[in-house]
Design a protein around this ligand. Structure first.
Ligand SMILES: Cc1cc2nc3c(=O)[nH]c(=O)nc-3n(C[C@H](O)[C@H](O)[C@H](O)COP(=O)(O)O)c2cc1C
Length: 294
């Protein structure tokens, strides 16, 4: 089945599946296999020096001809727990321009300047945020699309954050630009559910952490994701409270991740399961196209 959405068209990928940004392990080793398998992989810039980012982009290009992106995480400096990200990403942006990267993501904090510089150079700018207010302001600032992370997802929490379901339903009413669902997604049901709520792609962090290519220890994948009980009260303490220092904790997506698969096996599983579900609902077309949805 062919999958066409406003985001597959914008990014040039086969499936509307995007791999999240990560501090520490958002590298070519994970991003390139995701893009090679038809999704869209992301290299996280602040894991590298500018020269290191150039090498990493070239490494990804040596693994796949498919497009991949770069994330610029911009953290507010108000918390002692906040990770350090470069205050000035200009040198990094020079590199993504020189290397011909076509789509970049910004995340977390005010990204207008970076976004405008990307757009001035013909690069798609997608901003990731946690609230509808910030999604609307990214739209006003000129973002081409937004990722909205629900409360059940991993990441820095905002006291005004909503769940993925509320985000998608409201984004569909309030935003004009395409939006991408993130937060607690890890299987075909979450994938199809958010597309039906108006999302043009899904963006997954925890789920890709459990893949074989993700360069983190095997026992973390097993103990903290595959075998993690999503109903454990400790999960709720970590995820649903405004504790910045726990922002890297696996999300509610652990509830649907049953195995450690290769990136390709994982993406194929979602797409095959999604197709099977659609067929069981009586969907007969060979093309799933959300571009005329609204
Ligand atoms: C260990 C870890 C580190 C992360 N680091 C970053 C980061 O540096 N920048 C960023 O924008 N998002 C970061 N994220 C958030 C993901 O990119 C993504 O938004 C989030 O995982 C989506 O929710 P999900 O885990 O439910 O799929 C991180 C997530 C995890 C699990």
């Amino acid at each position: 089945m062919r999958w066409i959405t406003k985001i597959t068209q914008m990014l040039g990928c086969r499936y509307p599946i995007i791999q999240g940004a990560y501090t520490a392990f958002g590298t070519a080793d994970l991003a390139a296999p995701v893009s090679a398998a038809g999704g869209f992989g992301i290299i996280t810039a602040h894991n590298f020096t500018p020269d290191g980012l150039k090498e990493e982009i070239r490494k990804a290009k040596s693994i796949t001809d498919n497009p991949f992106g770069v994330n610029f995480s911009i953290m507010p400096r108000t918390s002692a727990d906040a990770i350090e990200t470069p205050t000035d990403y200009n040198e990094y942006i020079d590199i993504v321009i020189d290397e011909g990267i076509k789509t970049c993501f910004t995340s977390a904090y005010k990204a207008k300047e970076i976004g405008n510089r990307l757009k001035d150079n013909g690069i798609n700018w997608i901003h990731k945020c946690a609230t509808m207010k910030h999604a609307l302001s990214a739209e006003r600032d000129g973002a081409d699309a937004v990722v909205i992370v629900g409360l059940e997802g991993t990441g820095y929490k905002n006291p005004l954050q909503n769940t993925t379901m509320v985000n998608m339903v409201m984004a569909n009413r309030l935003l004009k630009i395409p939006f991408i669902a993130a937060g607690g997604i890890g299987d075909a049901r979450g994938f199809l559910g958010t597309l039906s709520m108006g999302a043009q792609a899904v963006y997954m962090g925890t789920a890709f952490m459990a893949t074989k290519e993700c360069p983190i220890p095997e026992n973390f994948k097993r103990d903290m994701i595959v075998n993690q009980d999503c109903f454990d009260p400790k999960m709720y303490e970590r995820l649903y409270h405004h504790k910045l220092k726990d922002s890297g904790t696996p999300s509610m997506a652990v509830g649907v991740i049953d195995d450690i698969l290769t990136v390709k096996e994982f993406i194929d599983k979602i797409m095959n399961d999604a197709e099977r579900i659609l067929r069981s609902w009586g969907f007969n077309s060979d093309c799933f196209d959300t571009t005329k949805d609204r």
